[in-house]
Write a protein that binds this ligand. Structure first.
Ligand SMILES: Cc1cc2nc3c(=O)[nH]c(=O)nc-3n(C[C@H](O)[C@H](O)[C@H](O)COP(=O)(O)O)c2cc1C
Length: 448
C-alpha cells in the first residue's frame, strides 16, 4: 500500500487514540505526513501512569511485536525513519520482552536499513521513564526523551508539526499501535463492525474494585456500563449495593448507579463528566466514601503536578486541603462552592491535561454525590463509614457480655468495664482504630 492509502484506510477505520483523549489516529498521521521535513520521528507512549492501570503492560509483555508492527506501519506512512518506545522502568518484564522483540525484528529484517529492499529505514529505541505521571503527557514525554526535565510545553505547535528535537513526530499509545496491523490486514470495514459509529473497535479496561471478575477485559465499544459490570464483571463481589464506577483514573470521574445505561464510547462517557481515559474502571459499593475517593485521586494529581502552572501547582494543593478538612469533620458549607470555583479555574489555567482534568473526580462526585459531602460537613458523619475522624464506636449495651476482649485489644486503653459487666468507650480518648470492633465476637460494638 502507498503511504496515502494507509492513511486513508486508517481514517476510514475511525480508530481513536486509546491513550485517553480519543483523537482520531488517521487524522493525526495525516498531519505528520503532510509536514515536510528531512527527519521525522514516531513515539510509542508506554508510560501507563494511571494508578491501577495495566492494560498497556499486558500488551507490552504479551505481544510486543504487535506494537512494533503498528509503529512500522505508522513510520512508513508518515515518512519517519526513527522511533522511541517510552516505557516506564517499573515494567522490567515489558522492557525485557520489548528488547527481545526489537532484536528479533532486526534479525529478520523487519527493522533496520532498507527493509526488504523497499528503501524504507526504521530504527527503534527504548527510553525508560522514571515513573512520573506527567511524563505520559506527550510534550513532557518528548522533553524527557530529549534529556530535559519532564514538563509540558505549550501547544501549538503540535508534535505532528514540531515534536522531538523540533522535528515532526507522531505519538500514539500502546493499545492504539496494537490495533494497526489488524486494521491494515483485515480492512477498515471489518474494524468498524465492532463498536459505535464514532467510537469503532474494542477497548481494553482494567476492571477492579468490588467486582466478582476483576482483571483485564476487552469489550466492543458501545456496550452499556451495566453489561460490563453485571455480565462481563459477574456483578458485585459483596452483598452491598452498587454505588458508582470510576472511569479514567485521576483524570476521570465517578458515574453513579442511575447512569449505568450509559454506553462505553468516548462521547457518551464524556457527557457524564467522566472520561474514557486509558481504561481504568473501578467499581464501588456502598462501603466506598465518595469524598474519600475524590481526595485519593486529587492527592495523586497534586503529588504528580510538575509545578509549571500556578493553578495546577497551588490550586490542587488548596483543593486537597479543603477535601482533607471535610473528611476530618472540619468542613464548611462554603467549601463546596470554593471547590467548584477552584476546579473551574484549574481547568482553565493549566497548560496540560494533568491540570485540565485533575478536578474531574471532585466535580463528578460533587455532581452526583453531593449529599455525602453535606453529611460530612453538616452532620459530621461519613455515611460509608470510611473517614476515620468521623467514625463513632459505641458499645451496644444489651449485646456486651463483658468478655473484656475489646478492652485488652484497645491500644490506648480507652475502654473500661469490669469482667461480665457492660463496657464503655471513652470517646475523647478513642483514636477510632477499630481494634475493638474487629475483636468483638458478639457484634457488641456499633460503628457509625
Ligand atoms: C498527565 C497525562 C498523562 C498521560 N499519560 C499517558 C500515558 O501514560 N499513556 C498514553 O498513551 N497517553 C497518556 N497521556 C496522553 C498523551 O498525552 C497522548 O495524548 C497520547 O499518548 C496520544 O496517543 P493516542 O492518540 O494513541 O491516544 C497522558 C496525558 C496527560 C495529560
Amino acid at each position: 500500500m502507498s503511504k496515502k492509502d494507509i492513511i486513508k484506510e486508517m481514517k476510514r477505520s475511525g480508530l481513536r487514540g486509546r491513550g485517553g483523549a480519543g483523537f482520531p489516529t488517521g487524522l493525526k498521521w495525516e498531519l505528520a505526513y503532510r509536514t515536510k521535513s528531512d527527519k521525522k520521528y514516531i513515539i510509542c507512549n508506554a508510560d501507563e501512569g494511571d494508578p491501577g492501570a495495566f492494560m498497556d503492560r499486558s500488551v507490552l509483555e504479551g505481544d510486543p511485536h504487535s506494537i512494533l508492527e503498528g509503529m512500522a506501519i505508522c513510520a512508513f506512512a508518515i515518512g519517519a525513519d526513527e522511533g522511541y518506545i517510552y516505557c516506564r522502568a517499573e515494567y522490567p518484564l515489558a522492557l525485557k520482552r520489548l528488547n527481545i522483540a526489537i532484536a528479533q525484528a532486526e534479525e529478520k529484517g523487519f527493522l533496520g536499513k532498507n527493509i526488504f529492499n523497499s528503501g524504507f529505514d526504521l530504527d527503534l529505541h527504548i527510553k525508560e521513564g522514571a515513573g512520573a505521571f506527567v511524563c505520559g503527557e506527550e510534550t513532557a514525554l518528548m522533553g524527557s526523551i530529549e534529556g530535559e526535565r519532564g514538563m509540558p510545553r505549550i501547544r501549538p505547535p503540535f508534535p505532528a508539526q514540531s515534536g522531538l528535537w523540533g522535528k515532526p513526530t507522531n505519538i500514539n499509545n500502546v493499545e492504539t499501535y496494537a490495533n494497526i496491523a489488524w486494521i491494515i490486514m483485515n480492512g477498515a470495514d471489518e474494524f468498524t463492525k465492532y463498536g459505535t459509529e464514532k467510537s469503532p473497535g474494542t477497548k481494553v479496561f482494567a476492571l477492579a474494585g468490588k467486582i466478582k471478575n476483576s482483571g483485564l477485559i476487552e469489550v466492543p465499544m458501545g456496550i452499556p456500563l451495566k453489561d460490563v459490570i453485571y455480565d462481563v464483571g459477574g456483578g458485585m463481589k459483596t452483598e452491598k449495593p452498587f454505588k458508582g464506577v470510576q472511569l479514567g483514573g485521576p483524570s476521570g470521574g465517578c458515574i453513579p448507579a442511575e447512569l449505568l445505561d450509559t454506553i462505553v464510547d468516548y462521547d457518551s462517557i464524556n457527557k457524564t463528566g467522566a472520561i474514557m481515559g486509558s481504561g481504568g474502571m473501578v467499581v464501588m459499593d456502598q462501603s466506598t466514601c465518595m469524598v474519600d475517593v475524590a481526595k485519593f485521586f486529587l492527592n495523586f494529581t497534586q503529588n504528580e503536578s510538575c509545578g509549571k502552572c500556578t493553578f495546577c501547582r497551588v490550586g490542587t494543593k488548596r483543593m486537597l486541603e479543603i477535601l482533607t478538612r471535610i473528611t476530618e469533620g472540619n468542613g464548611k458549607m462554603e467549601d463546596l462552592e470554593k471547590l467548584e470555583k477552584l476546579s473551574l479555574n484549574i481547568i482553565k489555567g493549566s497548560l496540560c491535561g494533568l491540570g485540565q482534568t485533575a478536578p474531574n473526580p471532585v466535580l463528578t462526585t460533587l455532581r452526583y454525590f453531593k449529599d455525602e459531602y453535606i453529611a460530612h460537613i453538616k452532620d459530621k458523619h461519613c455515611p460509608a463509614g470510611v473517614c476515620t475522624p468521623l467514625l463513632l464506636y459505641e458499645v451496644i449495651e444489651d449485646k456486651c457480655i463483658g468478655c473484656t476482649l475489646c478492652a485488652r485489644k484497645c491500644p490506648v486503653d480507652c475502654i473500661s468495664g469490669e469482667p461480665k459487666k457492660v463496657h464503655h468507650i471513652d470517646q475523647d480518648a478513642c483514636i477510632k482504630c477499630g481494634a475493638c470492633y474487629d475483636a468483638c465476637k458478639f457484634d457488641a460494638i456499633n460503628k457509625s
